[in-house]
Design a protein. Structure first.
Length: 129
């Protein structure tokens, strides 16, 4: 692992812009390019939005770390049942495009059960220039 950063946030809609700010601050410290920042920020925003919207999590844990030319995003929530899916949304659907966006920016993404009785980690990996 080259670098890592983490933060914990309440499972509230107000945490989405805080997660984006966490990404921007970390990207500045790591000297990421603007293109890389855009992709990482969008993906973290979508992962946190999904956790806030589709789970009853009281607490979320967000991590960024890099290794072997990739930057990894992880969001831990407290729900194992609701796994994110990438699916086509209808033209007039208000939701349902988030994981398609994540899929388009990343080299891979997925979910893992967290250690302990509850929760999962949703992760994504993007290439570093």
């Amino acid at each position: 692992m080259d670098r890592q950063a983490a933060t914990s946030l309440p499972g509230l809609p107000a945490s989405v812009p805080v997660a984006r700010r966490f990404v921007r601050i970390t990207a500045a410290m790591w000297h990421l390019t603007a293109d890389t920042l855009d992709g990482v920020e969008l993906c973290m925003s979508e992962l946190v939005t999904n956790a806030v919207t589709h789970t009853d999590s009281r607490q979320l844990h967000c991590r960024l770390w890099s290794a072997r030319g990739l930057i990894f995003l992880e969001v831990d929530d407290e729900d194992r049942r609701d796994l994110p899916k990438s699916a086509a949304a209808e033209e007039d659907d208000e939701h349902g495009r988030g994981m398609m966006l994540v899929e388009s920016f990343t080299t891979a993404w997925g979910t893992l059960p967290r250690l302990g009785p509850v929760g999962k980690t949703v992760w994504a990996a993007l290439p570093l220039p």
